[in-house]
Design a protein around this ligand. Structure first.
Ligand code: PHE
Length: 339
């Protein structure tokens, strides 16, 4: 029996010396120390021993058990250590490998120009107003003195949701919405998206942006309008910029004008960008029509006002020397990164 015990010790030791995984270790533990293990079955045979032999074998058996438990524990620690160090070796970090560059976005040139325009007018004491892009026919046309069948509707053909609802063709309906709700003094701009059923080309898009301006108070004159637009044009296109008003017709302003700025490329001499005219049209403007004031509940005998509607794409194209409006919508980062 003594011999059996020593054999167990030896063979367990041998097996432990070339184990490779925790699972193998567990198998060995069960094989030698488990309920049906080799050591246990030896102990079961102890009943057959004489009274002198029993304590001797008993002690030896306990020693073998303690020895095996200890060896198994050591083997386990060794396995864990080996696993950890091989993991560390596999995970070496090479700090000299160049990093991955994150592709940073940029503000879109249209948003940049929008912000510049907003800042200029905020600097002159204007507030920012907003209105819906899906608009009622009433606000987009009717209240702006453009009744059903008026020829001005043809030049602003749009997308209709139904008979009364459409995608706004201009930011001017916001003038009505503001004047309906408030009494003068009013001094707002409204930047926003507008829609027209136009075919896409270098200067047209069915979706584009405008900034509407509206000032209503006692004694507001055409001179105030011209002065305001001069300040604006110089701030955005440079100190030497001049403006020019050409008589025009808008149903909701009287008198009305189309406003040009001296060409940002040639300064007025004439070049390809201004089609040799020296001037580029950027907005429509005029004195708010008395009929429109009245519709909104403002007395035209007491108050007067001016309004303007500015094309943001045009302004951005001038500001950044962009020759084709389509670039602004293609979202090609190589293009957008330049500004
Ligand atoms: N809404 C006009 C347009 O889109 C521009 C405009 C605005 C004209 C305000 C006069 C006053 O053409």
């Amino acid at each position: 029996m003594k011999e059996q015990l020593n054999n167990i010790k030896d063979s367990a030791q041998k097996e432990l010396s070339n184990i490779k995984s925790i699972q193998e270790l567990e198998d060995i533990r069960i094989k030698f120390l488990g309920k049906k293990g080799e050591l246990t079955s030896v102990l079961r045979g102890m009943g057959a021993l004489s009274a002198e032999e029993r304590p001797v074998i008993g002690q030896l058996a306990n020693e073998v058990r303690a020895f095996l438990e200890n060896e198994i524990e050591n083997a386990k620690m060794e396995l864990v250590r080996r696993e950890r160090s091989s993991a560390l070796e596999k995970e070496v970090i090479d700090v000299t490998i160049p990093g991955k560059r994150k592709n940073l976005g940029k503000r879109h040139p249209l948003s940049m120009v929008m912000d510049e325009i907003k800042n200029i007018f905020i600097g002159m004491g204007y507030e920012i107003a907003e209105g819906p892009e899906i608009e009622l026919d009433y606000y987009n046309f009717e209240a702006l003195n453009i009744p059903q069948g008026h020829p001005a509707r043809d030049t602003q053909d749009t997308f209709y949701i139904n008979q009364n609802m459409l995608l706004r063709t201009q930011t001017s309906p916001v003038q009505i919405r503001i004047m309906e709700k408030s009494q003068p003094p009013i001094k707002i701009i409204c930047p926003g998206r507008v829609y027209r059923s136009d075919a896409v080309d270098a200067t047209h898009s069915p979706i584009f942006h405008q900034v509407e301006g509206l000032v209503v108070d006692k004694g507001v004159t055409m001179g105030d309008l011209v002065g305001t637009l001069e300040v604006f044009a110089k701030s955005i296109f440079g100190e030497n910029t001049k403006i020019r008003l050409r008589p025009h017709h808008f149903p909701f302003t009287e008198p009305s004008a189309e406003v040009d700025v001296s060409c940002w490329t040639c300064g007025g001499k004439g070049c390809r960008v201004c089609k040799n005219e020296g001037w580029i049209e950027i907005l429509g403007a005029g004195m708010v029509h008395p009929k429109v004031l009245k519709i909104c509940g403002i007395d035209p005998e007491v108050y007067s006002g001016f309004a303007f509607g500015l094309g943001v794409e045009r302004t951005a194209m001038g500001r950044f020397n962009i020759d084709d409006l389509r670039h602004l919508y293609e979202n090609d980062v190589r293009f957008l990164k330049q500004f």
